[in-house]
Design a protein. Structure first.
Length: 534
């Protein structure tokens, strides 16, 4: 891929360099060096050893809407519910909570309600509360282990948040949530490539949050364009070892914005360090890429969001392939909370066919509308989905492309491509044995031209959101799913010439698990952190 014609715009040249430098290939994975130093493995939770803590209720309400309906994320038309500690606890739990605990020798593994690369869970959530029953306005940190909120600041900061995201509607918000990545927690295993994982893992959490918000009738908007320094300062992170990458605001739509209360820090609040011994290893390419793609002023944010208006209709791409008739989507009455608890990452697929209506539903609901600041219209997308169909009743095996804007599935070529799918997924049997493998790509040249390097964050985050939705839609239909890594350029070449000029973002395999998976359960407040920093 040649450099963008507007190289240097919001870090596009450095983001391009990062993407090229972190590609997997048959040779690169065999020549990679390094080992996992378990003496320096990061603790899987951030927690504060000092500060004012609020225990969240464990008998919180559950999102009862049918799961597929919640994925559509339509703007609510009914009056929005009161924001209570119970509703907030539900939103936070079904976004980042613990659903499974497994013992491994003298250690325990804590699995969350969303998938994460290596089960390392590097994403942290910071609620910014303006209006909630039983909860004073302020900035908080959510700890899913002890299921508590730690107050970091007192006061109503929606005006600051509105300026940071350059959106006046935030002045009518009830609350917002800042998503951050603790970089070392994932880089410990995945090194430079882990910057992509910030957005894949965080995007899966965003997918859950938006679905749960929709289930409760809340009007949620995702912001990827924001003034980095202001948001990082608001939640008290340094922007390097831990950095904000997304903001979600939940708006009222009515009522006047209250005056911002004076900032009052609740007192000395001390968090545990990122690593036990020696501190986190620094990866300069990650630091350079994240720093170069920052938006440093309100004017930067406003200009970036204005540029996003040029991205309409990116999922086009001519008329390559033959249209294939797909049936009406399958339906299900499974409730969202049940699906979230059932979700896991499938470890082995049975070579069984899924139904064409099931695939139709997964396509519709995974690539449906998304309300985010970098898309001119919720029906737009930066993602070009390609598929290898191994076993779907009534649909020939072969490779396909899907057009989210029209709902068309186009056959590129027929054939049995199980072995190819396995190879492309870093030679993993999961890709070979799955019924369908999704290869989500993007036109990075166009994104860099319009949104500069900041657009790289947007592309990877949307890839994570679509991945999260594929998981949720597959599990709602009684299937399994798993995210996989891949040989970047080999994937693009496999789908050529249709995929010419595109770049890989995420891969997800779906199918029938070869075993009977056990559902998770609500595990709120299941551990007590060490009293002192590790």
């Amino acid at each position: 891929m040649p450099p963008s014609s507007s190289a240097g715009k919001w870090g596009s040249d450095i983001a391009h360099k990062y993407h090229e430098s972190t590609k997997h290939s048959y040779i690169s994975v065999r020549m990679g060096s390094g080992f996992l130093d378990f003496s320096n493995k990061p603790y899987p939770f951030k927690y504060y050893v000092t500060g004012e803590k609020l225990q969240l209720p464990r008998d919180f309400e559950k999102p009862e809407s049918p799961a597929l309906d919640a994925l559509l994320c339509r703007k609510p038309t009914k009056p929005q519910p009161t924001i209570s500690t119970s509703l907030l606890a539900s939103l936070l739990y079904f976004t980042a909570g613990i659903s499974r605990v497994e013992r491994l020798g003298d250690h325990y593994l804590y699995f969350r309600v969303t998938p994460a690369t290596g089960a390392l869970h590097s994403t942290e959530l910071y609620p910014v509360i303006s209006m909630a029953e039983g909860l004073e306005a302020g900035v908080y940190h959510f700890d899913p282990g002890e299921f508590v909120l730690t107050r970091l600041r007192r006061g109503d900061f929606k005006r600051l948040l509105s300026l940071a995201v350059q959106d006046e509607s935030v002045l009518r918000s009830r609350f917002g949530v800042v998503f951050t990545a603790c970089g070392w927690r994932n880089a410990w295993k995945y090194r430079e490539r882990s910057y992509r994982h910030w957005f894949w893992d965080g995007g899966a959490m965003v997918a859950n949050f938006l679905a749960v918000a929709c289930s409760f009738g809340l009007d949620a908007t995702l912001h990827v364009g924001f003034e980095d320094g202001a948001v990082n300062d608001l939640v008290g992170v340094d922007g390097e070892d831990e950095a904000a990458f997304a903001v979600i605001t939940v708006n009222d739509g009515v009522g006047a914005a209250g005056a911002e209360a004076p900032e009052r820090v609740s007192g000395p609040v001390e968090a545990v360090p990122a690593a036990r011994i020696g501190g986190p290893v620094k990866y300069s390419l990650i630091s350079e890429t994240h720093s170069s793609t920052m938006l440093r002023t309100g004017d930067d944010v406003a200009a970036w969001k204005k540029s996003a208006g040029l991205l309409h209709g990116l999922d086009g791409g001519g008329d390559s392939g033959l249209p294939v008739q797909i049936p009406q989507p399958a339906t299900t009455e499974k409730r969202l909370w049940e699906v979230i608890l059932q979700r896991g990452s499938t470890r082995k697929f049975a070579r069984r066919s899924i139904g064409a209506p099931q695939l139709s539903a997964i396509l519709k609901y995974s690539f449906g509308p998304l309300r985010v600041d970098f898309l001119p219209d919720p029906s737009d997308t930066l993602i070009h989905p390609y598929l290898i169909v191994n076993a779907v009743e009534g649909i020939p095996s072969g490779c396909y492309r899907y057009m989210p804007s029209t709902g068309e599935l186009r056959l590129l070529r027929k054939g049995q491509f199980r072995e190819a799918a396995g190879y492309l997924c870093l030679e993993q049997a999961l890709g070979r044995d799955a019924s369908v493998v999704f290869f989500n790509m993007a036109d990075l040249d166009k994104v860099f031209e319009v949104l500069g390097g900041r657009g790289y964050r947007a592309v990877q985050l949307e890839g994570g959101i679509r991945l999260g939705r594929i998981y949720l839609s597959a599990y709602s239909l009684g299937l399994g799913a798993t995210g996989l890594t891949f040989y970047d350029d080999d994937c693009v070449e496999f789908f050529s010439p249709s995929s010419e000029g595109l770049e890989m973002v995420t891969v997800v395999a779906i199918g029938h698990p070869a075993y009977t998976p056990r559902p998770g359960s609500i595990r709120a407040g299941v551990l007590k952190h060490p009293a002192k920093a590790l």
